[in-house]
Design a protein around this ligand. Structure first.
Ligand SMILES: Cc1cc2nc3c(=O)[nH]c(=O)nc-3n(C[C@H](O)[C@H](O)[C@H](O)COP(=O)(O)OP(=O)(O)OC[C@H]3O[C@@H](n4cnc5c(N)ncnc54)[C@H](O)[C@@H]3O)c2cc1C
Length: 397
């Protein structure tokens, strides 16, 4: 028997590749599966998720929380693999018990390692080949030839996007996917869930400050904690808006600005009254000192510095604190890639329409979600879809 012939060859031992392999061998133990990864071990990005705690799904999964080119296909997959199904899979098939922080779902150990270990342990019989980069996938009469060495009836691209390349996925396989799927098959790649950069000099003085606020950008608003940094701003509320922002820049729109309400619990009138009250109560202090019990002192100082010194103007700036943007920190610091292989180029089982036996799952596809477990949810749901689809096709042989 030729040891290099497989039923399924999976490129990528990340979240989606591990889940796909795990599901294939659980349903069909004698299936021959090879997983190849350029990293020295499985799940490097998975281990980094949720600050090492792995927010693996969300109780409110809906297609409206994602960006894609084919909402119908996405909705169908999310319906087949909703959060209850994923949590059940984790508990009953992987032995990972879930815990909840609001709608966010974590392993009860709050350790990504628990998830990575459980997935690896469930891949009994799967062959893993590490430190090996896939550089070619060529069609044969039946199946495909990979790196001129391995033959497989089915190939799964579970190779991720372009975000955080230091953890493995660097987009090196998009040219090969494009070669198989067609010239117009890849939606432009754009960093999403990424900190934003600013050119404002006074922002630098705020580095390290965190502030509860409401952030507005291009008509969308997010509440949460903003984190000021030397380069600009970060925090989940900023990252949630970053994908739309980067897509609008890529479409040729102006760089624009973030509008931050630094005192979101007060309406405009109350802001003025409170600022007047404090400035009247402490006439011998500078305005920033008088306001330092309302806004952290460096923030109070920048807000006063941008104003004409009157309570009304200070209040106006505190409610609409503008941060001029000059782009984002890019793929190196983006949690997810927006763009990728268009869903329109695959069937409902995520198999290329024009290349039977080639499947794509996870971040490599043109599906990206907001923060809160949505991207890992997509990795699991798309991987399980691919596994079911492959098994269905094999049934028919
Ligand atoms: C810091 C950080 C925190 C995150 N936190 C969360 C979170 O808490 N919740 C959430 O839902 N999402 C989170 N995400 C997003 C989530 O991790 C990804 O969307 C998800 O891991 C994508 O899974 P994937 O299997 O598609 O790709 P990946 O996990 O990137 O795996 C792809 C694998 O393919 C391998 N590969 C690539 N090219 C080749 C090649 N040519 N040859 C061989 N191997 C190759 C790579 O080495 C890699 O191991 C986070 C992302 C980051 C960066």
């Amino acid at each position: 028997m030729n040891n290099n012939i497989y039923d399924v060859l999976i490129i990528g031992a990340g979240a989606s590749g591990l889940m796909c392999a795990s599901s294939l061998v659980r349903e069909y133990p004698s299936i021959r599966v090879l997983v190849i990864d350029k990293n020295g071990k499985a799940g490097r990005k998975l281990l980094a998720t949720g600050n090492g705690r792995c927010n693996f799904t969300n109780l409110n999964i809906a297609s409206s929380c994602y960006n894609t080119d084919d909402v119908r296909k996405l909705t169908k997959i999310l319906h087949s693999f909703n959060s209850k199904k994923i949590i059940d899979y984790f508990e009953k098939k992987l032995g990972v018990v879930a815990d909840y922080k609001g709608d966010l779902v974590y392993p009860i150990t709050y350790q990504s390692k628990t998830v990575a270990d459980a997935l690896e342990a469930s891949c009994k019989g799967v062959r893993f080949l590490y430190n090996t980069e896939v550089t070619s996938v060529v069609k044969k009469d039946i199946g495909y030839f990979i790196n001129g060495m391995y033959e497989a009836h089915n190939v799964v691209f579970a190779c991720g996007g372009v975000s955080y390349p230091e953890l493995g996925s660097n987009g090196s396989l998009y040219p090969i996917i494009r070669g198989l799927a067609g010239e117009d098959s890849i939606e432009r790649l754009i960093p999403s869930l990424v900190p934003l950069k600013s050119s404002d000099k006074d922002i630098k003085a705020l580095a390290g400050i965190r502030q509860e606020c409401t952030v507005r950008l291009n008509g969308a608003a997010e509440k949460g904690e903003i984190l000021f940094a030397e380069y600009g701003v970060s925090g989940i509320c900023v990252m949630q808006l970053s994908g739309n922002y980067n897509r609008s820049i890529a479409a040729g729109k102006k760089a624009g600005f973030l509008s931050v309400d630094l005192l979101p619990s007060m309406d405009a009138k109350r802001k003025i009254l409170k600022i007047e009250e404090l400035m009247r109560a402490f006439p011998d202090r500078s305005p920033e000192d008088a306001l330092s019990g309302l806004l952290k002192k460096p923030l109070a100082s920048v807000v006063v510095g941008r104003s004409d010194g009157t309570p009304a103007d200070i209040a106006r700036i505190a409610g609409d604190f503008r941060i001029n943007l000059i782009g984002s920190l890019g793929f190196e610091n983006a949690q997810v890639t927006s763009g990728g292989l268009k869903l329109k180029k695959v069937n409902d089982g995520l198999e290329l329409l024009n290349c039977p036996g080639i499947y794509v799952c996870g971040e490599a596809l043109n599906v990206d979600g907001i923060c809160g477990g949505y991207n890992l949810h997509w990795a699991w749901a798309s991987a399980l879809t691919v596994a079911d689809s492959i098994l269905e096709d094999m049934d028919g042989i």
